[in-house]
Design a binder for this molecule. Structure first.
Ligand code: GLN
Length: 485
């Protein structure tokens, strides 16, 4: 067994027992990155010196301290919209080219305190706006299952790095699906926690009322290990929830009595027939296990994309006002202040970001606010209520994660509406603030399919437990052989 094939749980326990050193692990990981990264291009920054230094420090810890580190020596990649002092933080944008944060995001501090070693920062759609990572200002990232296809987005670098076995786990952020959709396209597990469960301190804000950080990993157990390290109250984030995590639930394999909600709105027009067929295969299997399938309706789903693409750009237009050439990164000197702002922003932002700023500014402007932004907020409340009612009838809701599988480069980037539609099944969880996890459900052709499990707010543990039972039930497939030739 090669070290780079080991998951989070296995690595941490071997490093804790000194069967393996953190330094050997990091060397093996950088060898793997050297093999696979030229093809996949998942990273924007790598810092081998820093990783080796951190690994050495972990190897020197006394046994009793090492024994308490849940992620002892585990290499982790972090999406490049989370602040790190060890590497630049660019959010995939030219406007933050070379920007060095003076502090770490809370999630980064928590990973390091748990013994994880941050190896690099992963590629993303600029400011996390997109579904394919094609909107990165730096380069594209390839899907390890088929390098002619996108890895999904916006956390495409994180998902591809995990699927190509360059790291056992990574962090992503999810505003409308950016953890779950790339997890689905790359055949890995991705969790978007409840809004407020994981601190957003140090996450470069896209849409603050929707953004949430979460893990991507090769299996549910590994995603849970990262989640438990990063979740929990943080006084530095005013929206961080005080509620304690319940980590006491035991895994189960008896589906009898589990009520799985099947929303009719997620099973109709616009789904790739092969994805739909896979969804029905999954449902049949769960039913055969004794799970109770509950047909239900989330009637406002139809309005979710429209509401999301008003609320998210509105918040983005306000959040991105700070990138003005004065406070951060790029600055293009000009004759007067206004033209300095204009030239800096015109050069620093890509076209998708500018489109969102325009959309958001329009939706918030006097005269249009009531018709667009306020209406979208009302729809958001209706969507949240749909879920509250649904969770009276079901313990968990199961849907395909995406209506399609990984698409080819260029297929949707010329048509923003097509790109926005890849989020139809994921944006509702962000609007409602509830947790969602995507787990692989085999391949369709050469590329993975993913199923999305949605649960009530703060019930991540239960959700992960159910997702894990499914993972054990559904036959897994070998990892793609990138860089092994
Ligand atoms: N694809 C969605 C968008 O472009 C979601 C992005 C995200 O979750 N960060 O807004």
């Amino acid at each position: 067994m090669n070290i780079h094939e080991l998951g989070v749980h296995d690595l941490a326990s071997r490093i804790r027992s000194k069967e393996l050193s953190a330094s050997e692990t990091i060397s093996a990981i950088f060898d793997r990155i050297e093999d696979a990264e030229p093809t996949i291009r998942a990273f924007l920054h790598l810092n081998a010196d820093y990783a080796h230094m951190r690994a050495k420090a972990i190897d020197q810890l006394p046994a009793n301290e090492l024994a308490n580190l849940p992620l002892a020596g585990v290499p982790v990649a972090v999406k490049d919209n989370m602040a790190t002092v060890s590497m630049p933080t660019t959010a995939g944008s030219k406007i933050l080219s070379g920007y060095m944060s003076p502090y770490n995001a809370t999630v980064v501090d928590r990973l390091e305190a748990a013994g994880a070693v941050i190896v690099g920062k992963t590629n993303l759609d600029e400011f996390a706006m997109g579904s394919s990572t094609e909107h990165s200002a730096y380069h594209i990232t390839c899907n390890p299952w088929d390098i002619g296809r996108v890895p999904g987005g916006s956390s495409g670098g994180s998902a591809a790095a995990v699927a190509a076995q360059m790291v056992p786990a990574a962090l992503g952020s999810d505003t409308g699906g950016s953890i779950r959709q790339p997890a689905s396209y790359c055949g890995v597990t991705g969790l978007k926690p409840t809004y407020g469960r994981v601190s957003r301190y140090g996450l470069i804000a896209f849409a603050s009322s929707l953004d949430q950080i979460g893990p991507l990993a090769r299996n549910v157990e590994d995603a849970r290990l990262l989640y438990e390290v990063i979740a929990g109250h943080d006084p530095l984030d005013a929206t961080s929830l005080p509620d304690a995590l319940d980590s006491s639930l035991k895994p189960f394999d008896d589906w009898r009595g589990i009520r799985i909600g099947i929303p009719k709105e997620y099973d109709g027009d616009g789904i790739d027939p092969l994805v739909q067929e896979r969804y029905h295969d999954v449902l049949a299997l769960l039913k055969a296990q004794g799970a109770q399938l509950v047909d239900l309706s989330l009637p406002h789903t139809h309005y979710a994309i429209s509401a999301y693409y008003l609320i998210a750009p509105a918040e983005a237009s306000s959040n991105l006002a700070r990138f003005d050439g004065v406070r951060y990164g790029l600055r293009r000197p000009s004759d007067d202040l206004l033209s300095m702002y204009e030239t800096t922003r015109a050069e620093g932002f890509g076209s998708e970001v500018i489109r969102r700023i325009l959309l958001g500014t329009y939706a918030l402007s006097a005269g249009y606010y009531d018709a667009y932004y306020l209406k979208a907020q009302k729809v958001r409340t209706l969507i949240r209520r749909d879920f509250e009612r649904a969770f009276d009838q079901a313990d968990v809701i199961l849907t395909p994660t995406t209506p399609d599988t990984a698409f080819k480069f260029g297929e949707k980037s010329r048509d923003p509406l097509q790109m926005y539609l890849s989020d139809v099944f994921t944006v509702t969880a962000n609007l409602a603030g509830i947790p969602g996890v995507s787990t692989p459900a085999g391949l369709i052709g050469d590329v993975p399919a993913g199923m999305q499990w949605l649960g009530p707010a703060l019930k991540e543990t239960r959700l992960l437990q159910i997702a894990q039972a499914f993972e054990q039930l559904w036959p897994s497939v070998p990892w793609p052989s990138v860089g092994d030739e």
